[in-house]
Design a protein around this ligand. Sequence first.
Ligand code: SME
Length: 149
Amino acid sequence: MSEIKKRLSSILESPTHHMTDKLQKICHLLDQEIPYFNWTGFYFKNGDKNELILGPYVGAETDHTVIPFGKGICGQVAESGETFVVPDVYAQDNYLSCSIDTKAEIVVPIIKNGENIGQIDIDSHSIDPFTQEDRDMLEWLCGEIAKIY
Ligand code: SME
């Protein structure tokens, strides 16, 4: 297991932290360890409503605290249940801009018992920065979060 996965696991397994604290710590860790992760946060489905609500995050404040399903990259992942990697946000029509500095984005769903309950969203100030390793690590992380959520 990679060093970062070990550190993420120890946050997830910590008995002394509640879910929100764990997610906040995960955001801080990813933000510190991966230089091209420039906004790292979580969105979760709002009960029975077809909308996402902003959860813990690290990075610039965003106007997008509520995102209807289907809107932006996040809203599309809420409907598709599949990872969406956007190497260049300017090439996307259905995109919600959080910051003029953002150039790329990756959104990975959190699927619990077959249900799409939320997602991790990462913005980068670099074009096309995300590697297959990043994607694998984030998909693994979302799987681990789903187990304890
Ligand atoms: N860019 C996202 C909105 C969320 S912010 O990046 C934090 C989107 O298009 O869904």
